[in-house]
Structure formats: structure tokens, C-alpha cells
Design a protein around this ligand. Structure first.
Ligand SMILES: Cc1ncc(COP(=O)(O)O)c(C=O)c1O
Length: 489
């Protein structure tokens, strides 16, 4: 006689619903052979009373077992374990042909030159403090609201239409919401036809590079600049022309002289808080860039990844909001506004460009995550995103001020930096000491920080790091700076 009380294990402290725990227990016991095909299960009233649970819960478990094909109801007789169990058994392969070991590599060749060399993400030692290169504090992100929207939407039958395939540009609801939001907040006179939702800014760079560049084409980027975008352009075979970035942004005189010498296909600029140096491109230079782009007919990628995080004054309106000629491809992302793991960004451009990259995107990624896009649209619509930005800007401003004060107080004579007017990091030059060595020592003391090698280019060693202040609270900042101080000494 089988004791169901013993074989069905229920733990009410678990987050798995009780009916699912019962379902899983019964399936487990069928698989293990204890509950055999054809066996009659106790009636729901009887078993519910044995297990001391509500009869409805037990009935739900039986319904689930039936839906999965493990049990059947025979009218007027009861619930039975089916004779043909729903297990799909793989066809047996003769032992002699079975793999003893998975291959270490492919038998076909892979052209190493076609593999873009992005730096690998650093693995973190458990328990170590991370001084990142300018990331948001994930503890603040309104993910709870986002997930609440996601969950509540999933209960609506109208939401089910997003379960299927959709278009490559993104769900109409987010496109419409974002076009209104960007018109109101960034002066972009656009409709939903001018937007494509991406998985982060990086996808926007890739699509532009794939569509516009061929080997040998000239691309202009800032120096020092954003490695991830540069690698993407180089991977299409483009020739990268590096133009210095000074305290007012990228040097437009040098860009003009390059335009006079060769055909420029693409200019990549970071208008707010240039990566890595954190400077903002001044309005005069923005206007001149637009004039040059119109005159020499090159495309501008305006990577406004950090638009929302401005501490001393309002952000400068995007070049895309002033461009009458249609040279600007405006790229934004939610990486800083929410969290990097929610892969969502957008490209704003004239309609023909959006149509072209929509088709191109399909080759890589048939469509975005429609269900998450609708939930994101909801948190734009109900004001959650704007409230979060306001709150985060206030807090990050305080963290920036505290961090810079501590840098000055504790290690001032070893470093040079300017207080950034926005963004999430301080571009810090180490004067008299090797940054790589400092980062190595800091790691041994439990602090992970960038060693600046990402920003170096060829023979140029800036001996500088981006020290991210936004993701650390004041206590964590103190600890991090203390470790840097000890590592310098
Ligand atoms: C200059 C720059 N652009 C864009 C991004 C964001 O990229 P993504 O949206 O792909 O996460 C970052 C992230 O740090 C960045 O530094």
C-alpha cells in the first residue's frame, strides 16, 4: 500500500506553489517507478484530507498532471496513471558510436581575422568591492515596478498578442510611447516611423556599421574613445581616424581638415560625458559638426548613452533635434537609466534608414523582446522612469561630490581629475604611479578597479582610469578610496 503522505513532499515555505510541488512529487514518483502505469490515484477529497490541504489545490495538481499527460480520468472510475507515459526517450545509439568526449574544437576552420576582439568581461572574486567604470547602482533601479507591470500585463488576454512573432522595429506601443517621450524631453520631432528598438546601444552601432561601411571606408572617432564602438567599426574593415577630444569635446577643426583630405563615411560622437574622459560636446561644435556633415555628406552616430545624468545644468539638446538634412543617427539606451541587463536601446533616424536597418536586424535578431517592451512602455507612460531619473540624479550628484572630495582629501597628490558635470565616473589620471600596479595591488586587497588598459591605444598610455562613483554608497566609496590609497603607498 503506497503512503501518499510520505511520497508527496510539501514545503509551504518554498516559493513554488503547493499544487506544483504535488505535481512534481507525483511525476518524480512515476519516473522512479514507485507509481506504476495504470495505478488508481486516491480521490481528490481523500488525498486533500491526507495531505491537509484544500481540495481545490489538489484538484489543480491533478488538472496539471492531466494537461501534461501523466494521468487520465476514467468516468465513474477515478484518476489513473496513464499507460503510455509522456516521456520522450531518445533512440538508443549503439555504444560503439556514442561519444566518449565532446570535441575540443571544430573540424572546419574559422578565420581569426573575422572575430572582433572585445575585452572579456572581468570575473569578480566573490566578496570583492567593485569600482566599476561608470555604471548605475542596480539597487536603485525600478525593476520591481517593471516586473510588476510585466506580471500584471501577462494576466491580460489582450497581452497575449505579444507572445507571437512581431516586427523588427519593436512593438507599436513602445514606439509610440517613446516617440512622444523623446519629442517632449529631447526636442526630437519624430513619429514612431523614425524609431527602431534595439538591444542596447551596441546593436545600433552594429547595424550602422554593417549598413554603411565597407572595407577601407573612413570613420572618425574621438581619442581617447569608446573601445566597443571602435571595434565594431574596425570589424567591418573601416579605417579608424582618431581625432583628439579636449575639454570641449571632439576637435572639429581637425575633423574639417580630414574632410578636405579624404572621403569620410561616418563620424561617431558621444555628446554627453564622452567615454572615457566625461567631457560634454559644446553647442558651437555640435552646430559645426552638423554643417560639416551636410557639406561632406557623412553620417553622424550621436551616441547619447548618458543623456539623463547631468548634475550642474540641463543636458544639451541632441544634434539630431537640430539636423534639418538627415545626417544624424541618434542612439540611446536604457543601460544607465535602468540596468545593463535589460537590453534595451533605440535608434532615431530618418524613415528610410530605420527601414533599412530593420531589415538588416532580422538577419541577426528577428525581433526584440515584445513583452518586455510593453512593460517598459508602461513605466514610461506611468511616470516611473522619469521619477527614477530624478531620484537617481539627485543621489548620484551627492555621490559624485562626496567621491571627488574624498579623492582630493586622500590621494590628491597622486592623481589629476576634473569634477565631471554629469555621467557616472571620474576620469582620473595617476601622476607618479603605475595604474596597472595600483589596480593589481587593490585587487589583492579586495577592490576590483579598471587598470586603464582599455583606454590606451598603441603607444599611448594615459595611465588613467574611469572611477565609477554612482554604483557605490558613501561607505563603499570610503572603503574603495582607502584601498586605492593603501595600494599607492
Ligand atoms: C559610450 C557608451 N555608449 C553606449 C553605452 C551603452 O551600451 P549598451 O546600451 O549596449 O549597454 C556605454 C556603456 O557603458 C558607453 O560607455
Amino acid at each position: 500500500m503506497i503512503s501518499f503522505e510520505e511520497i508527496i513532499i510539501i514545503d509551504k515555505s518554498l516559493r513554488i506553489p503547493v499544487f506544483m510541488q504535488i505535481t512534481n512529487s507525483i511525476i518524480h514518483n512515476i519516473r522512479s517507478g514507485l507509481l506504476k502505469s495504470g495505478l488508481k490515484l486516491p480521490g481528490s477529497r481523500e488525498l486533500a484530507s491526507t495531505l491537509k490541504i484544500h481540495r481545490k489545490t489538489l484538484q489543480t495538481a491533478y488538472d496539471e498532471l492531466m494537461a501534461q499527460g501523466w494521468v487520465e480520468i476514467i468516468p465513474r472510475k477515478g484518476t489513473f496513471i496513464v499507460r503510455d507515459l509522456p516521456e520522450i526517450k531518445p533512440a538508443k545509439i549503439p555504444f560503439s558510436q556514442q561519444l566518449k568526449r565532446y570535441p575540443d574544437g571544430t573540424a572546419f576552420s574559422i578565420d581569426e581575422k573575422r572575430i572582433p576582439l572585445y575585452p572579456s568581461s572581468n570575473s569578480t572574486a566573490p566578496g570583492s568591492l567593485i569600482l566599476d567604470d561608470g555604471l548605475p547602482d542596480i539597487r536603485l533601479a525600478p525593476t520591481e515596478y517593471l516586473l510588476k507591470e510585466y506580471k500584471s500585463l501577462s494576466n491580460l488576454s489582450a497581452f497575449r498578442k505579444y507572445y507571437g512573432y512581431g516586427g523588427p522595429r519593436g512593438t507599436a506601443y513602445l514606439l509610440e510611447t517613446l516617440s512622444v517621450f523623446l519629442s517632449e524631453t529631447r526636442g526630437l520631432l519624430i513619429s514612431e516611423k523614425n524609431i527602431l528598438i534595439t538591444r542596447g546601444a551596441q546593436m545600433g552601432f552594429y547595424l550602422a556599421a554593417r549598413l554603411l561601411l565597407k572595407p577601407g571606408d573612413n570613420v572618425i572617432v574621438g581619442e581617447p574613445g569608446y573601445f566597443a564602438a571602435n571595434i565594431t567599426f574596425r570589424n567591418e574593415g573601416a579605417h579608424i581616424n582618431r581625432v583628439p577630444v579636449d575639454e570641449f569635446g571632439i576637435d572639429v577643426d581637425i575633423i574639417e581638415s580630414l574632410c578636405k583630405k579624404k572621403e569620410i563615411k561616418l563620424l561617431y560622437v558621444i555628446p554627453h560625458h564622452n567615454y572615457p574622459t566625461t567631457v560634454t560636446l559644446i553647442p558651437e561644435r555640435r552646430l559645426r559638426l552638423l554643417e560639416l556633415a551636410a557639406r561632406y555628406k557623412f553620417a553622424i552616430i550621436e551616441d547619447d548613452y548618458d543623456y539623463d545624468f547631468q548634475y550642474n545644468c540641463s543636458p544639451v539638446l541632441p544634434m539630431a533635434s537640430l539636423d534639418q538634412h538627415g545626417n544624424t543617427i541618434y542612439i540611446g539606451t536604457l543601460t544607465k537609466t535602468l540596468v545593463p541587463a535589460i537590453r534595451m536601446g533605440f535608434v532615431v533616424a530618418p524613415e528610410n534608414y530605420i527601414n533599412a536597418i530593420s531589415n538588416l536586424r532580422r538577419a541577426l535578431d528577428w525581433q526584440g523582446d515584445s513583452m518586455m517592451e510593453v512593460a517598459i512602455a508602461q513605466i514610461y507612460k506611468n511616470g516611473t522612469i522619469e521619477r527614477h531619473i530624478k531620484k537617481a540624479v539627485k543621489l548620484y550628484r551627492e555621490r559624485r561630490d562626496y567621491f571627488c572630495t574624498q579623492l582630493k582629501e586622500k590621494i590628491d597628490k597622486h592623481i589629476t581629475f576634473k569634477i565631471p558635470d554629469g555621467g557616472m565616473a571620474v576620469w582620473t589620471k595617476f601622476n607618479d604611479i603605475d595604474l596597472k600596479m595600483v589596480a593589481e595591488k587593490a585587487l589583492k586587497k579586495g577592490l576590483m578597479m579598471n587598470d586603464g588598459s582599455l583606454f590606451n591605444n598603441g603607444n599611448k598610455n594615459y595611465n588613467s582610469a574611469r572611477l565609477g562613483f554612482a554604483s557605490l554608497n558613501l561607505d563603499e566609496q570610503n572603503k574603495a578610496i582607502e584601498i586605492i590609497k593603501e595600494s599607492i603607498q
